[in-house]
Design a protein. Structure first.
Length: 263
């Protein structure tokens, strides 16, 4: 008799890969008959329901991607994705984390090389929307800091903030495909690259275009660098970088969740 793990593994293979032999033998051994249906028929029902549910979740999580390629193509693509990357959590609201990498290797979508980055933007949008809230921050707290200790500050950006870069104008593509009517809009692919910060304040997800220097600075802050350390790295790569302007932009948009001092 197979152990629980083997039974579960065989059942997963039967659902995702149609490899039924092992699980059929296990079901027959326990004489699990239901409603006069054969084991194969019952597995087919479960398989169809599973794929329908997961493909529907992907369509909800990647509406722009679906609009760009059309429903029929998306269904085919989503079916292959489900087989290769079944969900690892019962929460389907962010299902599709590996969609960008999947699209990079999906030959049938090779004529649309920007699809992977569009999928990345949509997934990060979902991550921000479903990410943790900020408890709020009073900017006056920064005014109380001793100027001599300012370089030791580690700024904490909004906990749901995501960053991405693309060689394609993915924000323009994303914005143009928010409705069926907009899907006919022509986007100039030569307008790339773009650098974005995706974050949520209250219940609204916002996407902020950034210049390369600001994007790099946000990345250093997100990595836990002190302001002093970040400034050294930024001025080494971007000589025209202005820390005061960068901080004003962050504060103006209320992107700070808190701060601490380096230990």
């Amino acid at each position: 008799m197979a152990g629980l793990f083997d039974i579960q593994d065989n059942f997963l293979s039967a659902i995702l890969e149609s490899r039924n032999d092992a699980i059929v033998d296990e079901i027959l051994e326990h004489d699990l008959s239901v409603g006069g249906l054969s084991v194969q028929e019952r597995l087919n029902i479960y398989r169809n329901n599973t794929f329908i549910t997961l493909k529907r979740a992907l369509a909800q999580n990647f509406p722009v991607l679906c609009r760009l390629v059309g429903q029929q193509f998306f269904d085919h693509m989503a079916g292959e994705y489900v087989q290769k990357h079944p969900p690892i959590t019962p929460l389907l609201m962010t299902y599709g984390v590996k969609m960008p990498e999947f699209l990079d290797d999906f030959d049938a979508a090779g004529s649309l090389p920007y699809l992977a980055d569009v999928a990345r933007l949509e997934h990060l949008w979902n991550m921000s929307f479903n990410g943790p809230d900020s408890e709020g921050f009073d900017l006056e707290e920064l005014n109380k800091v001793d100027p001599e200790k300012f370089e030791d500050i580690i700024l904490k950006l909004l906990p749901n903030m995501q960053l991405m870069s693309s060689i394609y104008p993915v924000l323009d593509i994303w914005l143009a495909n928010q409705t069926e009517e907009g899907a006919s809009t022509t986007v100039n692919l030569e307008r790339g690259p773009c650098h974005l910060a995706i974050y949520r304040k209250a219940q609204e997800v916002e996407i902020m275009p950034l210049d390369p220097a600001s994007h790099a600075f946000f990345g250093l802050l997100g990595a836990g660098k002190t302001l002093g350390s970040a400034l050294v790295q930024m001025t080494g790569k971007y000589p025209a970088f202005n820390l005061q302007e960068a901080l004003q932009n962050i504060m103006r948009n209320n992107l700070i969740a808190g701060f601490e001092f380096a230990k």
